[in-house]
Design a protein around this ligand. Structure first.
Ligand code: EPU
Length: 425
């Protein structure tokens, strides 16, 4: 069993380089299936979600080569074959193969997606959009088959009942080569959607309005090869910002994009953290004795990101007094608070609202990651706890953070990764 072992008490100091965004690259890789030539993606983090996608695409017939942080993808050999369980089930983003295979072949048979357990994660909006474009869904064993009745996919007007990153991306993927115009209203506006539209437009697609509530996609006959640099991971950047603030540190998050982290930075400032925009990034400095409690509500972008909720509760635990976190995006995303309680964090949860009473000291403990962002949060808690903290179930962390503990060590933390024999599954 691999574990991260942290000895608390060392403020983070220095500069940290942030990788390409996980939630962007997991859409960009399946998108390359739509191209008739080689697509090169630069700044691709070597995380396990990416490794899983490479494995799936290779089984489908793509040729993929990694050169340092670039992926050179030749999708020309991709066959439309059923993609059942197994690897597909290991990550949420495997559902982007629905959109890209539908876009390329007019049909797709793919196992049901996996991903973090954050409560129910329906895909009704994805299916509604595909149906509006002329693809019907049937179950084929444990896989879902989507197919048109032989006609090409048709552009359609689609209103998303809920703002959904996944459904917006899947609809774009299906629409770029469909016949006619697709309009998506109440679309997600995340930087990862903008990044996908950028790549697709470089490949010759016609996607307009990315980053706004209304997206218009006019279908094109074919897409060619392209080169694209993946957008910076705003959640990884945010995680290091929180680490700096929690430890009373002084860290420059290199090339961090203010606009992508606006609500997070505002809330940190409201707590008393010093946030400075510098020429080559954003500097975070804090004096933990001066941190103030706040109330935060997660919302779709440009609101406060649910993917920073767990990490922010750890910062709240550092501020003397009562803070409130309201989680409106996912139903079951407070599991990290249970583990944090083992380290001495006082919190209670009432439906979508957690109350965190901060300002106490914390003790190192053996804790277990419950999902991707929870895993990073528990490591951050270890940085401020007295004594030794051991975080297990690192498979969650490895899905989305590239060289997390190495980056912390470079910032002065006492963190190591060990292999220990024990009874944890
Ligand atoms: N929803 C529906 N029906 C649908 C789709 C979504 O009701 O058909 C609901 C969800 O249940 C949820 C809300 O809409 O309540 C938003 O879900 P969304 O579809 O936006 O989430 P997602 O696409 O499944 C992506 C990220 C998540 C991130 C969310 C929200 C990827 C691979 N995953 O998930 O990332 O939390 O958007 O921003 O991009 C993470 O990185 O830790 C992570 C979980």
């Amino acid at each position: 069993m691999k574990k991260i072992v942290i000895n608390g008490g060392h403020p983070l100091k220095g500069e940290v380089t942030i990788s390409g965004a996980k939630n962007s690259v997991v859409a960009l890789i399946p998108a390359t299936i739509l191209a008739d030539d080689i697509v090169t993606l630069d700044g691709v983090p070597d995380i396990s979600d990416v490794a899983s996608l490479i494995e799936i695409m290779t089984i489908m017939g793509a040729k993929i080569e990694r050169k340092e942080d670039s992926l050179i993808i030749d999708p020309r050999g991709v066959k439309n074959m059923p993609m059942p369980f197994g690897k597909i089930n290991s990550l949420r983003a495997s559902y982007y193969f629905y959109g890209s295979l539908l876009g390329r072949y007019g049909q797709a048979t793919v196992g049901l997606p996996g991903g973090c357990d954050l409560g129910p994660r329906p895909i009704d909006l994805h299916l509604k959009a595909f149906e509006a474009m002329g693809a019907a869904m049937t179950m084929d064993g444990s896989s879902m088959k989507l197919a048109t009745d032989g006609k090409p996919l048709q552009g359609a007007n689609i209103y998303m009942d809920t703002v959904s990153v996944g459904a917006t991306i899947n609809t774009i993927l299906a629409a770029v080569k469909a016949e006619g115009r697709t309009v998506i209203e109440n679309a997600a506006r995340e930087p990862e959607i903008v990044d996908l539209a950028l790549l697709l437009n470089k490949m010759g697609a016609n996607v307009k309005g990315a980053g706004t509530e209304t997206l218009t996609i006019v279908g094109v006959e074919s897409l060619h090869g392209a080169n694209h640099n993946v957008v910076q991971d705003r959640i990884e950047a945010g995680t290091f910002m929180i680490g700096a603030a929690m430890t009373g540190g002084d860290v420059l998050i290199e090339d961090a994009i203010w606009e992508h982290n606006r609500p997070l930075l505002s809330k940190m400032q409201e707590m008393g953290v010093t946030v400075t925009e510098e020429e080559n990034g954003i500097r975070i400095q804090s004096d933990i004795s001066k941190l103030r409690p706040v109330t935060v509500k997660t919302l779709p972008y440009p609101g406060f990101p649910t993917d920073m909720q767990a990490q922010f509760t750890a910062l709240m635990a550092m501020a003397k007094g009562e803070s409130t976190m309201i989680e409106t995006v996912f139903e079951n995303r407070f599991q990290h608070l249970e583990e944090m309680r083992r380290m001495g964090v006082h919190s209670d949860i009432m439906r979508d609202t957690a109350r965190i009473v901060g300002g106490e000291s914390f003790q190192g403990a053996e804790v277990m990651s419950t999902d991707l962002r929870a895993s990073a949060t528990l490591v951050l808690m270890g940085l401020v706890a007295e004594g030794e903290t051991k975080v297990s179930k690192l498979s969650h962390l490895d899905r989305g953070y590239y060289q997390f503990h190495e980056k912390l060590v470079a910032l002065g933390a006492d963190v190591k990764r060990v292999e220990e024999e024990d009874d944890e599954n």
